[in-house]
Design a protein around this ligand. Structure first.
Ligand code: FMN
Length: 192
């Protein structure tokens, strides 16, 4: 993988039962300049190789966190990934810490529809309230927060809605990848 790629951190505890996230991961794999790291496939025993993960992150300009929402947050292996990979000094806390300036893009799905995320609804508050820890993580690390792409009601979504969501994800991912691809091509030409 060349420098300045997009790194997708894909975390689904049961990908064989995932009608939406699995397709999003496949769409990312098919996008030039995008590297998908399937965390549950790579680390089924949760024994994360932190050095290897840091090397993957190092040259990425954009991190995409792709996962279903579980208990109002991220799946447990992704949380473990953050605990062991994003250590102080490397992830934040120094002017030249590694994550500074990289993009942070959350691409998530929920089981409940958006109407459940409101005062008086099943989940009591707007979904945006649950994004605070994600957004603050990006801020702490000096990362650029990119508007999340969230599909609500993913568990019950019909095929046309899923198709439309995959298309929107693919469109945005290509838009983020294109300038990186162009920069790489220009660099390669300059070296000829
Ligand atoms: C353990 C567990 C916790 C979950 N927590 C939430 C939750 O907090 N909010 C919500 O809307 N859906 C929750 N869900 C539903 C998943 O988010 C939903 O099934 C998933 O986003 C569907 O995507 P997929 O088809 O790719 O698996 C939970 C599901 C499981 C199994």
């Amino acid at each position: 993988m060349n420098k300045q790629h997009i790194l997708v951190l894909y975390a689904h505890p049961a990908p064989h039962r995932s009608p939406v996230n699995r397709r999003l991961a496949d769409a990312a794999r098919a996008t030039p300049g995008v590297l998908v790291q399937d965390l549950y496939d790579t680390y089924p025993d949760f024994d994360i190789d932190a050095e290897r993960e840091r090397a993957l992150v190092q040259d990425a300009s954009l991190l995409v966190f792709l996962h279903p929402i579980r208990w109002y947050g991220m799946p447990s292996l992704l949380k473990e990934w953050m605990d062991v990979v994003m250590v102080p000094g490397w992830a934040y806390g120094k002017p030249d810490s590694v994550l500074r300036g990289k993009g942070y893009w959350l691409v998530a799905t929920t089981g409940s529809g958006e109407d459940a995320y409101r005062p008086g609804g099943l989940h009591g508050r707007p979904f945006a309230d649950f994004l605070a820890p994600f957004e603050q993580t990006a801020a702490l690390c000096g990362m650029d927060w990119i508007a999340p792409l969230v599909m609500h009601g993913a568990a019950q979504a019909g095929e046309p809605a899923v198709d439309a969501h995959i298309a929107e994800f693919t469109r945005r991912l290509h838009a983020y990848a294109a300038p990186l691809q162009a920069a790489r091509a220009a660099q390669a030409q300059a070296q000829e």
